[in-house]
Design a protein around this ligand. Structure first.
Ligand code: 5GP
Ligand code: ZN
Length: 119
């Protein structure tokens, strides 16, 4: 995919602070974190949106969501001890919602109180 920042990160051409990887998913810290935990979780293959991936490869979409939960557990946001700090998983879709990179990415946010509704 020409000129895709996240494809270049998957290829190792742009450095990434990787926190979790599988054969089909990569998770790395956002360069401009909006919360103590702010990780981007992406499929290694290029798909522009969650809906596009759901059509092309629904199993991969499930792997991305599962990987996000694995990272949340690593970050202490999901626990077995009854305390559940929790996390937010969001994907901006389209420029009006703030999507600036045209490669599906879920923002995993946590580690502070998260207001609702979001801005
Ligand atoms: P979007 O605006 O598309 O929802 O999210 C794109 C995210 O990518 C932003 O939160 C932005 O901070 C992050 N980002 C942009 N460039 C880089 C980069 O070079 N490295 C990392 N780790 N994150 C980036
Ligand atoms: Zn891409």
């Amino acid at each position: 995919m020409p000129d895709c920042l996240f494809c270049r990160m998957v290829a190792g051409e742009v450095p990434a602070d990787v926190v979790h990887r599988t054969d089909r998913v990569l998770a790395f810290r956002d360069i401009n974190p909006q919360a103590p935990t702010h990780v981007l979780v992406i499929p290694r293959d290029h798909h522009p949106t969650a809906a596009a991936l759901a059509t092309a490869d629904p199993g991969l979409l499930a792997e991305v969501v599962t990987a996000a939960n694995t990272v949340a557990r690593q970050e202490g946001l999901v626990t077995d001890d009854g305390t559940q700090p929790g996390y937010r998983l969001v994907t901006n879709t389209g420029p009006g919602a703030g999507q600036s990179v045209d490669h599906l990415h879920f923002h995993l946010l946590g580690g502070r109180g998260l207001g609702w509704p979001p801005g």
